[in-house]
Design a protein around this ligand. Structure first.
Ligand code: GLU
Length: 422
């Protein structure tokens, strides 16, 4: 692997996924050029967005879109609007998207984008100006057959609606498949808003069945209460009968051994802005939630929260990763040694992109499916993904994360070979 090693920046977030990729490439005994193609982006566009704030002052925001690999199809992946955004983080997540789409067998590649900005401090009209300008800046690299964005951290369906509108104004015709996660009225898919959480529920259910574990009444701690964590709370109660005893958001965590109801916590979050204002619970720090004695731990916020420092203290017997990249490689190894079942992000958080794919299929045919059909097909895709992963884990005697890498890397590698790239 030495020949190309010097070409990447050092100490970046992307390094972690590259290390894991390197292990996968070695296990599969792929050639060095394959590693090079898999470990570097196909295209990176970096620019900045300049808008006038409501008070008339100019403001500048760095903006990115990175297409990691398109061997299996057009780039696909969300847009993050985060105050700490870095190009290294977008690279890491663009790579992860390439493996995620491959694990669930979608005819798509992987990409990611974002704007470094603090959405919580922007007015609605400032947000709209940033969204519209993002599309104008990246117009040439976006398209249903090129690269298709979607929501991610701090990007919601309303923002997606503005971006669709801006693209179509410039394009001159309707092109709903250029972006997913749209509001239903603009060509969105039913169940897309809760798809990440639902995908996680289906993976957990299928994994528990395989392990012979009865989920009803089991305890859960959910870290993060955004789109993934909030909907997971409700669906895990409704579909699996799980007892959610702890939840958190960026302000802190709460715990009640008798359980927390999704409707009450959802209402509290909507009305007060945070779950921590729920009175019938004890408050705790976010790190304490991760170490609670529960059956299932669900990291559903940002990356790198289960690390070498706390992996020994995790007490859950299953970790369902709804966030992108919540566990570091060192932590992964510790969890595996301690026989904790990790259901890795590449599969567990793939419900969102899977329904995004269904959304594009519906857009292309201009025919919209009933929710039941979307849910049945989503369940099927998630179960197929889990089966492939488990088979790979058995075949190579590796942990679940490495098995997911092997499934993904093998698929993308084959697509590259068939295209004549290798
Ligand atoms: N942002 C989501 C993810 O990380 C969804 C991506 C998509 O729908 O394209 O998987």
């Amino acid at each position: 692997m030495s020949m190309f090693k010097g070409e990447r920046g050092r100490g970046e977030d992307v390094d972690l996924v590259i290390q894991q990729l390197e292990e996968a490439v070695e296990i599969l005994q792929l050639p060095e050029t394959a590693f090079y193609l898999l470990s570097t982006p196909e295209r990176e566009v970096r620019t900045r967005i300049t808008i006038k704030m409501d008070n008339g002052e100019p403001a500048v925001f760095p903006a990115y879109r990175i297409l990691w690999n398109s061997a299996c199809g057009p780039g696909k992946g969300g847009l993050r609007f985060h105050p700490e955004e870095t190009v290294g983080m977008i690279r890491k997540l663009a790579a992860l998207m390439s493996w995620k789409t491959a694990v669930v067998g979608l005819p798509l590649g992987g990409a990611k984008g974002g704007v470094k900005c603090d959405v919580k401090r922007l007015s609605v009209s400032e947000k709209e100006r940033i969204c519209r300008q993002y599309v104008r800046r990246f117009y040439d690299v976006l398209g249903p057959r090129l690269d298709v964005p979607a929501p991610d951290v701090y990007v919601d369906s309303r923002m997606i609606g503005w971006m669709l509108d801006e693209y179509e104004l410039r394009n001159g015709g309707k092109e709903p498949g250029v972006i997913t996660g749209k509001p239903l009225e603009l060509g969105g898919s039913s169940a897309r808003f809760e798809a990440t959480a639902r995908g996680g529920v289906y993976v957990l259910r299928a994994a528990a069945r395989r392990l012979g574990v009865e989920l009803e009444g089991k305890t859960v701690a959910i870290q993060g209460y955004g789109n993934a964590g909030g909907h997971f709370h409700r669906l895990a109660e409704e579909i699996l009968g799980l007892k959610i005893v702890a939840v958190s958001d960026s302000s802190g965590a709460i715990y009640n051994s008798h359980g927390l109801s999704a409707s009450e916590i959802g209402q509290c979050k909507a009305e007060t802005g945070s779950v921590i204002h729920w009175r019938e619970a004890d408050q705790m720090a976010n790190w304490e939630l991760l170490e609670l004695d529960v059956d299932v731990l669900v990291p559903a916020a940002l990356g790198d929260v289960i690390t070498m420092e706390n992996a020994e203290s995790i007490k859950a017997s299953m970790v369902l990763e709804l966030a992108n990249g919540p566990t570091t490689r060192e932590a992964d190894k510790i969890l595996a040694e301690r026989n904790i079942t990790v259901l890795p992000d590449m599969l567990s958080s793939a419900g969102g992109v899977t329904v995004s794919y269904f959304e594009q299929v519906q857009n292309a045919s201009n025919y919209y499916w009933p929710k039941k059909k979307v849910l049945t097909l989503l369940d099927q895709k998630m179960c197929e993904g889990l089966e492939k992963l488990m088979k790979m884990a058995d075949k190579h005697g590796v942990d679940n994360r490495m098995a997911a890498y092997l499934v993904a890397v093998q698929k993308v590698y084959q697509a590259m070979v068939l295209r004549g790239w290798l």
